[in-house]
Design a binder for this molecule. Structure first.
Ligand code: G6P
Length: 369
C-alpha cells in the first residue's frame, strides 16, 4: 500500500496532487489546436440528437452531483441548451416528464451507484438518449448507456472524491465547447480564447498546489470549530457545495455550502466569531456583490477565509486568511477554485486525526438504493 501511495501520506493527497495530470488526461486527444475542434466521440456520434435536444437532464449523486451543477452552468451559458440537474434518487421516484427529445446524462466516478443506474433505466424506458460520464472503464453504467465519455482519471481510492470531480468538470467543459461550436452560440474569438485557456489549466492547478503549506496553516487555525459555511456565486456556487461536502465527509465537521447572496436569507443568523466562512471569490462578474457579502460576514465577527485571484486586493485586505490562485476564464473557475478547498479539508481531517481515506460510515461506491 505504501508503494501505491507513491510517498504521499494518504491516497486522497496523492489524488489531489495527480490533478494536473488527470485533467490533462481527460483532455488528451480531444482538442485539436490545429483546427480548433473539440472531439468527444459520444457527442459527435449522436450530434443530431444533441443539437435538436429539448433539454439535457443530468443525474448523479454526491460529488458527481456537484460537477453536474457546473455542467448545467457551462452548457446553458456556452451552448444555450436547457439543462436540468437532479439527484438520481429523487429523479427515479417522482415520475419525471421525459420524451425522446431529451438527453439524460449520468455522471458517476464508479459507474456502479445504484440510484444513478436506476435513473438511467427509467430514462431508457422512456426513450431518452442516455449518456454516461464515467471513470471506471467497463462499469455497469458505462455498459448501460447509449454513448458516453470516460474521464480517464485512473483508479480513485480515497473515499472522498477529488480527481474524479475535476475530470468530470473537464469533460463537461469539452462537451459545452463542442456543442457551442456546433450551434454557433458563442463567437469564434471567444471559443478560441476558451480553448487556449483550457490548455493552460493543468499548469495553473500545479500553481495552486504549491499553496498546500499555507493552507495547512489555515487549517490549524480553524480546525477546532464545529461548523463552517462555504459561499460562492455563479460557477463558484457548486464549488462551495463541494467544499462543504469534502469537509463533512472526512473531518466530520458540520459544513454547509450556500450561494453567497442567499446568506442573508438564513445562514447569516449563525454567524459569530465561532463560524469560519470560506468564500470563493474569483468571479469577475458580480464581484462587488461578493465584496459586500464578505463585509457582512466580518461585521458579525465571522472569520473569513477567502479564495481570490492573484493580485486581488479588496477582499485580501479585509479577510482573516487569503488563498491566492491564478485567474482564469470564468467558466473554468471551478477547476482551480476547488483545489484549495480539497486541501483545506484534507489538512483539517489530518490534524483532527481522522481516517482520511476511509471515513466512518461512508463507502466509495454505494450499490444499494
Ligand atoms: C459515494 C462516494 C462519493 C461519490 C458518490 C457518488 O457517496 O463516497 O465520493 O461522490 O458516492 O458516486 P459515483 O461513483 O456515482 O460518482
Amino acid at each position: 500500500e505504501a508503494l501505491e501511495k507513491e510517498g504521499f501520506d494518504h491516497f486522497m493527497l496523492k489524488e489531489i496532487y495527480e490533478q494536473p495530470k488527470t485533467i490533462k488526461d481527460a483532455m488528451r486527444g480531444r482538442i485539436s489546436s490545429k483546427d480548433g475542434k473539440v472531439w468527444l466521440r459520444g457527442v459527435d456520434e449522436y450530434a443530431n440528437r444533441f443539437v435538436r435536444a429539448d433539454r439535457i437532464i443530468i443525474v448523479a449523486c454526491g460529488t458527481s452531483y456537484h460537477s453536474a451543477l457546473i455542467g448545467e452552468y457551462l452548457i446553458e451559458e456556452l451552448a444555450r441548451i436547457n439543462v436540468e440537474v437532479e439527484y438520481a434518487s429523487e429523479f427515479r421516484y417522482r415520475n419525471p416528464i421525459l420524451t425522446e427529445r431529451d438527453i439524460v446524462i449520468a455522471i458517476s466516478q464508479s459507474g456502479e451507484t445504484a440510484d444513478t443506474m436506476a435513473a438511467l433505466h427509467l430514462a431508457k424506458e422512456r426513450g431518452a438518449l442516455i449518456y454516461g460520464i464515467v471513470n471506471s472503464v467497463g462499469s455497469s453504467i458505462a455498459r448501460l448507456t447509449d454513448a458516453g465519455s470516460y474521464i480517464h482519471c485512473g483508479p480513485e481510492i480515497g473515499v472522498a472524491s477529488t480527481k474524479a470531480f475535476t475530470g468530470q468538470v473537464t469533460v463537461l467543459t469539452l462537451m459545452a465547447l463542442n456543442l457551442a461550436h456546433r450551434l454557433s452560440t458563442i463567437s469564434n474569438t471567444y471559443y478560441r480564447t476558451l480553448l487556449r485557456e483550457l490548455e493552460l489549466i493543468p499548469g495553473k492547478v500545479e500553481e495552486v498546489l504549491k499553496q498546500s503549506e499555507h493552507i495547512k496553516y489555515i487549517a490549524s487555525e480553524i480546525k477546532d470549530h464545529n461548523n463552517a459555511l462555504y459561499l460562492g456565486r455563479g460557477y463558484n456556487f457548486p464549488v462551495a457545495l463541494e467544499g462543504a461536502l469534502k469537509l463533512k465527509e472526512i473531518s466530520y465537521v458540520h459544513a454547509e455550502g450556500y450561494p453567497a447572496a442567499e446568506m442573508k436569507h438564513g445562514p447569516i443568523a449563525l454567524i459569530d466569531e465561532n463560524m469560519p466562512v470560506i468564500v470563493t471569490a474569483t468571479n469577475q462578474s458580480a464581484y462587488e456583490k461578493i465584496v459586500s457579502n464578505v463585509q457582512e460576514v466580518l461585521a458579525r465577527k465571522g472569520r473569513v477565509i477567502a479564495v481570490v485571484n492573484n493580485g486581488e486586493t479588496a477582499i485580501a485586505e479585509i479577510a482573516d486568511h487569503v488563498i491566492h490562485i491564478p485567474p482564469t476564464e470564468e467558466p473554468f473557475a471551478p477547476l482551480l477554485a476547488v483545489i484549495p478547498l480539497q486541501l483545506l479539508s484534507y489538512h483539517i481531517a489530518v490534524q483532527l486525526n481522522r481516517n482520511v481515506d476511509q471515513p466512518r460510515n461512508l463507502a466509495k461506491s454505494v450499490t444499494v438504493e
